[in-house]
Design a protein around this ligand. Structure first.
Ligand code: CUK
Ligand code: CUA
Length: 670
């Protein structure tokens, strides 16, 4: 043993004696500082002492220091992984670095967001308008599941999709500039949940209905629930070249009025298929204003619900063959056709299922029953064999229900309230335990694995874990290393901030034999459900500035209202005034224009700078206008100047020493 290590041990012993407890001062030994530094004893001692004095002053345990060292990312150094997190009811997406857990960006999707000018500029207002429901533009979303685009079952770092559960909408985010480009409204369903999950080459984005309604949410009394209400599984076609969901190539498969929950796409041997949980096979719709049991009771009566299985490749062929019906402008494959074509199947599933997750090799589907302590593992091969054997009976809607025993590979008892499962690179699966407040680590089984389908370990979480995320843990090749538990309740974990508490993301190091909690991160915005964690190096197409001056960031092409330096002007056409404006440190041109009360003003503002981070903001007081114009971007806005007065407009980003001088006067004359 080196002198330094000896010294460390002596210190530990001495402090332990003094304090009567081992905790704080075992730091040096725990970190192995002495042993590693034996080339330079003086330095080792100095480090040892400084670490110990900081630890003591701050009351840190050796575990705390290990966690700090594992998550600390020095100034100027980038994180190894990025997390794309749902922002829950904020309607946004959060971008977080791992392991530092630093918040890098909040991407506006379904709600206006002033900093980015999202929902304030004409271009982004059109994006929000794309998600209008019943003709009304909505200003919130309940985001649940971000889905990164995939190539060969692995994240390709190009696109991100996210669903709005409350209105059955999907947002499309371009990962070159991290901005929302499109929102589509599902014409068949009013609420979704099992979205967005992409197929292995992002052929389709899966979007499953949650609460059944009549098709296209038309009116039908609740008593007609069994006959008139329906579910649907929608497959949105993604056109990579256009960077848009192509509704004309998208379609749905009609389903019984069960409630579809989480879904996943098959891969490898199960490529071309998808799997979704289905609950409320009891067809409960609550009390209906009468004596029926509330949904909580009504939807939990049967011991088994269903796993819904759809062959989407076959479904696409059926649509192409003209066997679907047009419904509200998008094809829907009727249930009877889906059954006849052999593309829709059910398998019983233990009580009130929630997660459905396909293993990285595509051979198994792991399902959790919220009210069953097991996860149930289905074999895709056995499902195919059961279909081939004709071992099924129709449900009340004629959909074939496969024999449970014939399809199940294993059931693994994990704990109470299993919800969601992820996978790592060492053959482990991880399942959140909502009621037990923990995450179970268990071993996957299969050919050549003797000790498979077994619970290995459990790490407690604070508290009530919903989704979990392992780095690339839902792809064909998980990265492992880190896992995040997304905890619904934070309780005492952070300083109190009033009755509405943040949620608690907990980062866990899963690379070793022991699961090690290394960071707690409060999420003070909405209730994030799911996140995906991608290796930073896969995001290689990110732009530092837009490709050229005068760029329309929604169409991702040169803007036809771009303005170059010296082309600034004010054009008048009757009551319509158009201002072509430029911004450059530290001038807004023109710095003055005047209109008459009642004129309609359109401004096209171009940031003519191509320097990284040289963003200018723009506000026009009294008009609810707040824009962000990133380097190269052209942004537009239109408003009616109905109140006479004097309005100084200015740049909101502290962009330069003379930023406060970056302003102009807008006058509205009587
Ligand atoms: S659901 Cu939230 S914990 Cu919407 Cu993915 Cu399971
Ligand atoms: Cu531009 Cu401040």
């Amino acid at each position: 043993m080196s002198k330094a290590a000896n010294f460390a041990n002596e210190r530990v012993n001495r402090r332990t004696m003094i304090k009567g407890a081992a905790g704080v001062t075992a730091t040096g030994a725990a970190l192995g500082i002495g042993a590693r530094m034996n080339g330079n004893d003086a330095q080792a001692n100095a480090l040892q002492e400084s670490v110990e004095s900081i630890a003591e002053a701050r009351g840190l345990t050796p575990q705390d220091i290990r966690a700090a060292l594992k998550t600390f990312v020095p100034s100027g150094v980038h994180d190894d992984y990025l997390v794309f997190s749902s922002g829950g009811q904020s309607g946004q997406v959060l971008v977080i670095g791992v392991p530092s857990m630093r918040l890098l960006k909040v991407i506006a999707v379904f709600a206006p967001e002033p900093w980015q000018g999202f929902g304030f500029s004409t271009e982004t207002q059109e994006v929000l308008a794309g998600g209008a429901v019943n003709g009304q533009v909505l200003t919130y979303g309940d985001t649940h599941h971000p889905g990164l685009s995939e190539t060969d079952g692995q994240y390709d770092g190009q696109w991100l999709f996210i669903n709005d559960k409350s209105n059955a909408r999907i947002g499309v985010i371009d990962l070159r500039d991290f901005e929302t480009k499109q929102i589509v409204k599902n014409p068949h369903i009013i609420s979704n949940h099992g979205g967005t999950f992409v197929t292995p080459n992002t052929e389709y984005i899966i979007d499953g209905s949650q609460y059944a309604t009549p098709h296209s949410w038309t009116y039908a009394p609740l008593e007609s629930y069994a006959d008139a209400y329906r579910g649907a599984m929608t497959f949105w076609k993604f056109d990579r070249d256009a960077g848009r969901i192509d509704q004309a190539q998208s379609f749905s498969v009609e389903l019984p009025p069960y409630w579809n929950d989480l879904a996943d796409a098959g891969k490898g041997p199960s490529m071309g298929w998808m799997f979704s949980n289905t609950f409320n096979t009891e067809l409960s719709y609550g009390t209906g204003g009468g004596d029926l049991p509330p949904v909580e009771v009504g939807a939990s009566q049967r011991d088994m619900d269903y796993l819904t299985i759809i062959n989407w490749e076959k479904a696409a062929e059926v649509v192409a063959a003209g066997k679907a019906e047009d419904m509200s402008g998008m094809p829907m494959i009727p249930m009877s056709v889906a059954v006849e074509e052999g593309l829709l199947w059910l398998v019983p599933e233990p009580k009130s299922p929630h997660g459905a997750d396909v293993t990285p090799d595509g051979k198994y589907i792991v399902v959790s029953g919220k009210l069953d302590p097991h996860v149930t593992v289905y074999s895709f091969e056995k499902i195919q064999q059961t279909i081939a054997d004709g071992d099924y009976e129709p449900d009340a809607y004629g959909v074939p229900v496969l024999d449970f025993e014939s399809c199940v590979e294993a059931q693994v008892e994990l704990g109470l309230g299993p919800l969601h499962t992820q996978f790592d690179d060492q053959g482990f699966a991880y399942t959140s335990l909502f009621l037990d407040s923990g995450i179970a680590r268990w071993r996957l089984g299969g050919e050549g694995i003797d000790d498979g389908w077994q619970l290995i370990d459990m790490i407690p979480m604070q508290y009530n874990t919903g989704h979990i995320c392992v780095a690339e843990g839902d792809t064909a090749a998980p990265a492992g290393k880190y896992m995040i538990g997304m905890n619904k309740w934070a309780l005492d974990r952070f300083h109190p901030v009033g009755p509405l508490l943040p949620q608690n993301f907990q980062l866990i190091d899963i690379s070793g034999e022991e699961l090690e909690l290394i960071y707690d991160m409060p999420i003070g915005i909405g209730e994030p459900h799911y996140v995906q964690m991608i290796k930073s190096e896969r995001l290689e197409n990110i732009w530092e500035v837009y490709p050229e001056v005068g760029w329309n960031s929604i169409t991702q092409s040169p803007s036809d209202v771009a303005t170059q330096i010296s082309e600034e002007r004010v054009e008048r056409d009757g009551n319509n005034v158009t201002v072509y404006m430029t911004m450059i440190r530290s001038t807004i041109r023109p710095d003055f224009f005047e209109v008459k009360a009642g004129d309609t003003v359109t401004m096209h503002i171009t940031n003519v700078e191509m320097a990284m981070d040289a963003t200018h903001g723009f506000v026009m007081p009294g008009q609810n206008i707040n824009l962000s114009i990133e380097p190269g971007e052209t942004t537009s806005v239109t408003y009616v100047a109905d109140t006479e007065g004097t309005y100084p407009y200015y740049c909101t980003e502290f962009c330069s020493a003379l930023h406060l001088e970056m302003m102009g006067y807008f006058l509205v004359s009587p």
